[in-house]
Design a protein around this ligand. Sequence first.
Ligand SMILES: [Zn+2]
Length: 434
Amino acid sequence: MLTIHDASHIVIDAETERTADDASRFEVGSPGAGSDGHPDEHLDARGGIVTPGLVNAHHHLLQTAFRTLPGTRGVPMREWLPTMAAAYAEVGIDPELAGAAARVGVAEGLLNGVTTVADHHLTWPAGCDSVGIAEATAAAGRELGGRLVFVRGAARDDPEKAAASADAIAEALVADAPGGVSADGLLQVAVGPAGVHSDGEATFRLLGEVAARRGLRRRTQANEQVDVVIALEKYGKRPIALLDDWGWLAPDVTLAHLCGVTDDEIALLAERGVTATHAPGCDLPMGWGVAPVAALRAAGIAVGLGTSGGGSNDAGHLLADARLALQVAPLAGPPIEARSILSIASEGSAQGLGRGELGHLRPGSAGDLCIWDVSGVADAGVADPVAGLLWASPGRRPRHVVVGGRVVVRDYELVDHDERELASALNGLLAARR
Ligand SMILES: [Zn+2]
């Protein structure tokens, strides 16, 4: 069992917080043994705030290897896509590169308080070892002790091949585990085309069939500007209407981005029980606008938070994007409170993944949490320390991070790994291939 001592504040979930004496001792896991038989452990949280681990509901981990690429900033997506594709082709996408990029991306996330990351992998060059890419990505999560959701995506792939690959990946990674979640909860498999702008009805149908057969969640992206333009050009319909025609508005589906949705579309999404992922750290630099998060939530839609990938958002820092979400909310509706955004970045994301044990610290939680030190100058004079977690100290990192009752970041450093080694392994691989 892990015991956390002397926190000043514990955020259990959006509704419940503990303070003062009630926060001085917090236990995670069962007495006598840690999650993997470790002896009882203690963590000093003196004066700090405990929150649930953050859940990054939308990342493209491979793009971690392609950040700040010339020609990808301030350009329309029709220019962005071929520039990224050329960079992928130059370096070569294979299990080795996918693994190195995922190790960096998962480590970056953990150091920033992200205990679960959903990797929507969209890059499958002809003839690639798709199971190998998925296995290398999954191994990165496992090595570092973070939870990973591997989303077998598709972007202009052959529909039959994409479905066969998704099926093989699910078999290799989680076999027939219920909901596509491994028994230890560290790995999950889901499926998801990039969007109606890149994939046709057949891809949605065939990946949907794999999901139905194996009980996997479905995810896709909708209403990035280009998505709406292409859907109207190609089909004479907006993306949400198309997804409805294709059976992709349902409670097991999460839609990322959702910029520029109409009131009627929001009502339809709510009626169908779809969940959403807000990704302002991608949507803003790409010029796509700001998703109407308050209106989506008011309609009863669970909203999570994602960073999206390094090709658009050069950081996998979910708390920084939670701050951004807070700051831009008034441009797309009523303002949203800091506590609500914190809940979106944890439990909201977990809901879209179908993971009721993640994103909160109520009884029955999986024991993923962060301890944030708030004793420095950046937090001095802050009247509401939980609101201050988001408003104050941009780029804040947690002091300690725990996944499943196991400490994976201690005093701002990865346990058992050197982040500089992970970084130089990726940089070395990129240099050798260019
Ligand atoms: Zn995205």
